[in-house]
Design a protein around this ligand. Sequence first.
Ligand SMILES: [Zn+2]
Length: 313
Amino acid sequence: MSDPITCPICAGGPAEPSVQFRGASWPTFRCPKCTVEFVWPLPNEGDLKALYDWGIYASRQYLTLASTDRRRARMWDGILDEVAQHPAPPHRRVLEVGCGYGYFMEAALRREWAVEGIELDPQTARRAAKRLGVVVHEGDGRTALGPLGRYDLVTASHWLEHVPDPKAALSEVAHHVTPDGLVVARVPDSGSPVALSSGPRWTWFCPPVHLFYYSERSIGALASSAGLRVVSVRRHRGDAHLWPLECAVAIGKHLLPTPRRGERPQGWTEGVARSRLKAAVARVTEALDTIPESLVPPAGWNASELVVLFAPA
Ligand SMILES: [Zn+2]
């Protein structure tokens, strides 16, 4: 019999095989105490390096559609309005971990806050620094944070689900926040209606790229383990698609199952079907992005991401 698995977030356990993501090609477990779902065994550093061929990863992740860029700008303005309600110096010193091309930094600059970023991909880092005229530190979040000082606001979007040790990563962030500062994190919400109804075919269930799957409860446990407390947590659409498209993608994945590790698509027909599906999704995404969310009921179904404000505990 294999050894019991202890939860990497709350040290509870033993973890049990995930019911929500059962049948997935990667073994996924759930902590009975804090409810976080996670891939186990976690990939080692060498596997992760190979996985993130950053030239390819970054170009895939950060080059988005103009309609998505406009939606992101509106999203960040909303989040920063929320942040601005908390006391802090008028010219806040802010840092974004994993800044990509700088959507958040751009929104913070509009408020005349002093902005810096950290970005793993050197090409992306240079491009963001040049475009916005700000300092972007190159490197992985935890290592690059080390020598930096304290900030009034640290943000991390879609980072905590990628890192193999989120407790250590968020603890490092906590060390770089002023006593009355805030941390903003955005993560996929595994407790959202779309995630619960899609199971392992949920768009954001993508092991081993995403290693941890958080709900409102488990993100709170992660905060406690890192010396932070949750100030507010809410669901919003964020980077998710509108729910009809999320469900269409889940059905597409059911019809065209993802090849298991080391397998290639079954021949030419499946390869063509897969690339056509991707192209169709991109076209439909662009069209759907122009539709106001309020016109796609039921309310709440478009919310597939958590936005969490943390403060030092
Ligand atoms: Zn746990």
